[in-house]
Design a protein around this ligand. Structure first.
Ligand code: CA
Length: 222
């Protein structure tokens, strides 16, 4: 999934990015409130980790701005230790969860998984689509109990398809999901990744929707 990490403290930002990327996600970062406000408004994220104490514009104002603009992605706020009023104000401003600093990275990842589960049609970390099973927690997948060997790009594509089975996804949407914001997004390379992923899945699992994109079809068996 695509996660925005907003944290001005460089060491913590690096740790957050490393942990969230290791959990199989694409991570974007912002180091101040202005950049965060912009990214959260114009880009699509599956979840945001938002520090409240930020330069330029504070995290609460950023969050309120997103919500008034109808940006409804799940947001986990990071609050200062012992500051209970920040938690209350943060939840009132539209945060979905909070974590007080300092925190254990494992707890942050668990809370992030819980937030992402809420927006997926699947109730657990194990997602099923016909013969395909994907484990969002262990970052692995199977077809009929046969483990798949997937690159991280292939896993991210399969995850996006399984998040919304039957929905047509455009090449641009797929490219946005796997490439970081500031890298060059070449939607032509998506065709190459799709071709490779198709070879690993049961025949006709990924349908081409002419002129629009691709969709995952869950009815085929291997
Ligand atoms: Ca801070």
């Amino acid at each position: 999934m695509r996660i925005l990490v907003v944290e001005d403290e460089p060491t913590l930002q690096t740790q957050l990015v490393a942990a969230i990327a290791a959990a199989g996600h694409t991570v974007e970062t912002a180091s101040d409130g202005q950049q965060a406000r912009y990214l959260g408004e114009v880009e699509d994220f599956d979840a945001v980790v938002l520090d409240l104490g930020l330069p330029q514009i504070d995290g609460l104002s950023v969050l309120r701005h997103w919500r008034t603009q109808g940006r409804n992605m799940p947001v986990l706020i990071l609050t200062a230790r012992g500051s209970w009023h920040e938690k209350v104000t943060g939840m009132d401003a539209g945060a979905d969860d909070y974590l007080a600093k300092p925190f254990h990275m494992e707890e942050l990842l668990a809370r992030l998984r819980a937030l992402l589960r809420r927006l997926s049609p699947h109730a657990s970390a194990l997602w099923q689509c016909g013969p395909i099973t994907l484990d969002t927690r262990q970052v692995c997948a199977w077809v009929n109990d046969q483990p798949l060997t997937l690159t991280s790009h292939e896993f991210k594509l399969l995850e996006l398809f399984m998040q919304q089975p039957g929905q047509t996804l455009t090449r641009t949407q797929l490219a946005e999901h796997i490439y970081p914001y500031d890298s060059e997004r070449d939607s032509n390379t998506i065709e190459v990744f799709i071709a490779r992923l198709r070879k690993k899945l049961p025949p006709d699992s990924i349908e081409t929707v002419r002129g629009r994109g691709y969709r995952l079809c869950c009815t085929h068996s291997a």
